[in-house]
Ligand binder design. Structure first.
Ligand SMILES: Nc1ncnc2c1ncn2[C@@H]1O[C@H](COP(=O)(O)OP(=O)(O)OP(=O)(O)O)[C@@H](O)[C@H]1O
Ligand SMILES: [Mg+2]
Length: 363
């Protein structure tokens, strides 16, 4: 049995949830605390979790609780012994422990756990370029863990470039831009490789789930298609210095990329119907699950599906159940009511009693 323990997290006081099967269903009334469980699991990936919430807001509020003593624990029992992860706030920062050893960075979690999620807010926020890029970058990171560090290094260089704006002719500019170009080329390569991985799996989905086309669009991508791209990038940044420094922002690069998903009928995702948008994002999510498993076989893979069944018609739902059953991934699904024709390994029912959520395991 594996266990997830929530302590003073969101609407939970202290809750232990045991599971060993792959398919886990959580049902309960609106506001009972279903999504809070998925959010807890999402904290075993680097970052701010599936709600992108502030660290202070996830701790239990109310009574004498001030929201700073929360702790989450995910314990796996494996053939090579237990793996025990703990995450909590320490001195205002989220820290992670693995078997009682504090990890240097949250990024290290990707050695053991690969995590992705789909939430209702995803397709609402999809029209924002930055949101799509963050979403896509997260997928790339799950495939290639060193991508996380690469992105951090590139952002640091972006900041340095703008900090130097008071001295536009300083020789250091050229050095920073050369380093930026080097990182940018790697970022592009990782992204391209990830798109190929996803496209390969998307083609195999078949059935009712559409095979979207995936694209990266922007001035940076146009330059990357040219010969001597690294050199062209550097030249362009050098030419744009005065303009960029006036606006205190670098206006071209992989941090501006627009990630575009289009339906096979040619329409970009925001123009598709609600059900079509859901299906497209589910196709992408299923392709991620298969690709992620194929490149990191030994990791613990998690797919968190928050309220994704709404807007799916019967045939799509049934095909989704078949696809989920075929994945070798821990899938956690929340829905208000139990699902017909779906046989999970575990069914958890959440109820709120006196303002505190409680989980009951039906099987
Ligand atoms: N920091 C917090 N402390 C205490 N309670 C919180 C905190 N943050 C959120 N909550 C409570 O958690 C509940 C929401 O939980 P959650 O979003 O998991 O519900 P849900 O079961 O997914 O509902 P729905 O079906 O509407 O999606 C709300 O009642 C909210 O007030
Ligand atoms: Mg919810």
């Amino acid at each position: 049995m594996h266990t997830l323990t929530l302590k003073d997290f969101r609407s939970y006081d202290r809750q232990i949830i045991s599971f060993n099967g792959r398919l886990n269903l959580i049902t309960g009334a609106n506001g009972s605390g279903k999504t809070n469980i998925l959010e807890a699991l999402s904290f075993f990936a680097p970052g701010k979790g599936l709600r992108s919430a502030s660290l202070a807001s996830v701790g239990r509020q109310g009574g004498d609780h001030e929201g700073d003593t929360w702790q989450l624990q995910l314990c796996f029992s494996g053939p090579t012994g237990p793996l025990d992860f703990i995450t909590r706030l320490e001195a205002g920062k989220r820290v992670v422990y693995c078997n009682e050893v504090r990890l240097k960075s949250q990024l290290a979690l990707s050695q053991w756990v690969s995590m992705n999620w789909l939430t209702p807010s995803l397709h609402h926020a999809w029209h924002q370029k930055s949101y799509r890029r963050t979403y896509f970058d997260r997928l790339v990171f799950t495939f290639f863990p060193s991508y996380g560090m690469l992105l951090q290094e590139y952002s640091k260089l972006l900041q340095e470039r703008i900090l130097l704006c008071e001295k536009p002719n300083h020789p250091w500019h050229q050095t920073v831009e050369a380093l930026m170009a080097e990182k940018a080329v790697h970022i592009f390569a990782y992204r391209q490789q990830s798109l190929s991985l996803l496209e390969e799996k998307l083609k195999t989905l078949g059935g009712l789930f559409p095979c979207p086309s995936l694209d990266m669009v922007g001035d940076f991508e146009i330059i990357m298609g040219q010969e001597q791209a690294k050199h062209v990038l550097q030249e362009r940044w050098a030419q744009q210095r005065m303009q960029d420094f006036a606006g205190r922002r670098t206006n071209m690069g992989p941090h501006i990329t627009s990630f575009v998903v289009s339906h096979p009928n040619g329409w970009e995702l925001p123009y598709c119907s609600t059900g079509e948008q859901k299906s497209l994002l589910l196709s992408l999510t299923m392709a991620w699950a298969q690709a992620s498993k194929s490149i990191h076989e030994s990791e613990f893979h998690f797919l968190l599906l928050d309220d994704v069944m709404a807007h799916l018609d019967g045939p799509h739902r049934r095909q989704l159940y078949d696809l989920l059953e075929s994945l070798k991934t821990f899938v956690w699904i929340t829905v208000p009511e139990p699902l017909e024709d779906f046989s999970p390994n575990h069914h958890f029912v959440v109820e709120k009693k006196g303002g505190v959520s409680e989980v009951r395991s039906l099987y």
